[in-house]
Design a binder for this molecule. Structure first.
Ligand code: GLU
Length: 447
């Protein structure tokens, strides 16, 4: 495999699909050496097959808003690779959603799901629908209209979507209600992130954030350091940041920043339990403003409009909102302020220049596909419970999640060790994730 020639071919075939091309390039560059040690991969054209989705569904979603106006959106499901199991990955509702974004996310999902060691293929979907300012009834009608199209293409053994940006427990409830009516069966494994009591798993809402902090804890320990007292800057204030803040505080760290599209809230003395609880209310309000935190807790949180979390002094920086949210400039500012570790919780949260800057200065950097894999892993555990008609306790789920994250960390170390003992977590995650998929594709023949 020659990365340059594969990339130039892809650029011609998919012009302008920037995020997708960025994600593919990062993976290919890190697996190139290992790949070339396996001539059988080259012969079976594993990489050429892996970079193209199995199929993409693209559909019109028409619904009526509260003012009785007809609205049109575009919906998608990218079924990328099913070598390891039924397609699995979230649904994103955000105005910037397009095919390139979902292809990048679906591609990343293949490797992330592989790292969990569970039988999960890779997929992603969503719509260019903007939940900001929408009423509950509008959200419900949109979810129903979206499912009119999607329902035939999902199922417990086919493709099991979940939440992502803009899709939480409420949306999954509405989507599942519509799915059940259209499919005429109560097949809980067809969607994950359901509420507890009708097929959902305990700990699923917290899982991405909890898993991320389990990973970060190992990274810190690997460097003979400890979590207690560490200042953590998170971005966003959604479900992921909420779970991460909860676990970070439990591990003795201090969350000193959260953010939103409107700016950043600096929390000098560290986030409190009341503030973490309030994050849920802020998200449910659909206002999408982090300033609300400073209005509610004026003594503890200081809001700065337009600024990002990366301007706040911290020991550990965790992008947890959106792709490419951290630039090289942000990375340099963080390093100037003494950042010691960086772990992406959002998928591809850092721009390539930011990652290169951290790696050049020897700052341990871990990629989203490893750090945030606890979410989809717990979705896998939800499917297991659905299939067995059982409910595990929160402790049982948490223990399994913790073990999966420990195993992912160990794999990243094993495959990411470089000369001189330094660990390249990006390389480790990509190679470990790739090898499992490649072996399955080889075993399943040319198809
Ligand atoms: N959207 C989450 C992710 O990217 C969760 C996916 C899932 O649970 O299927 O991993």
């Amino acid at each position: 495999m020659k990365v340059q020639s594969i990339m130039s071919g892809l650029k011609k075939k998919h012009p302008g699909e920037k995020e997708y091309l960025q994600a593919v390039q990062e993976v290919l560059e890190t697996i190139e050496d290992v790949y070339n040690q396996h001539p059988e991969f080259e012969q079976a054209k594993i990489v050429e097959r892996l970079v193209e989705p199995d199929r993409i569904f693209k559909f019109r979603v028409t619904w009526v808003d509260d003012k009785k106006r007809v609205q049109n959106n575009i919906g998608y499901r990218v079924q990328f690779n099913s070598a390891l199991g039924p397609y699995k990955g979230g649904l994103r509702f955000h105005p910037a959603v397009n095919e390139s974004m979902l292809k990048f996310l679906g591609f990343e999902q293949i490797f992330k799901n592989s790292l969990t060691n569970l039988p999960l293929g890779g997929a992603k979907g969503g719509a260019d629908f903007d939940p900001t300012g929408k009423s509950d009834a509008e959200i419900m009608r949109f979810c129903q209209a979206f499912m009119y199209e999607l329902w035939r293409n999902i199922g417990a053994d086919l493709d099991s979507p979940a939440g992502d940006v803009g899709v939480g427990g409420r949306e999954i409830g509405y989507l599942y209600g519509a799915y059940k009516k259209l499919a005429r069966e109560h097949s809980t494994g067809a969607l994950t992130g359901k509420s507890y009591g009708w097929g959902g798993s305990l700990i699923r809402p917290e899982a991405t954030g909890f898993g991320a902090m389990y990973y970060v804890e190992r990274m810190v320990k690997q460097n003979k350091d400890k979590m207690e007292g560490k200042k953590i800057a998170l971005s966003g204030f959604g479900n992921v940041a909420w779970g991460a803040a909860t676990k970070a505080v439990e591990l003795g760290a201090k969350v000193v920043a959260i953010s939103g599209p409107d700016g950043v809230c600096e929390i000098k003395n560290g986030i409190t339990k009341e503030m973490i609880d309030y994050m849920l209310e802020m998200r449910a309000s659909n206002r999408n403003k982090v300033e609300d935190m400073a209005v509610k807790f004026p003594k503890d949180a200081k809001f700065t409009a337009k600024a990002k979390s990366w301007s706040v002094k911290c020991d550990i920086a965790c992008p947890s909102a959106f792709q490419n949210e951290m630039s090289e400039e942000d990375a340099n500012m963080l390093m100037k302020n003494g950042v010691k570790y960086v772990a992406e919780i959002s998928n591809m949260g850092c721009q390539p220049g930011a990652i290169a800057a951290f790696q050049a200065k020897g700052i341990p950097f871990a990629p989203g596909k490893a750090v945030n894999a606890g979410g989809v892993a717990t979705s896998g555990l939800e499917i297991c419970q659905n299939a067995g008609h059982i409910n595990w306790t929160a402790e049982e789920v948490d223990a399994k999640l913790h073990k999966i994250m420990n195993d992912i960390f160990d794999m990243c170390v094993e495959y990411g060790k470089e000369k001189g003992g330094k660990i390249n977590y990006v390389k480790g995650a990509n190679i470990a994730g790739f090898m499992r998929v490649a072996k399955a594709m080889m075993a399943q023949g040319i198809i």
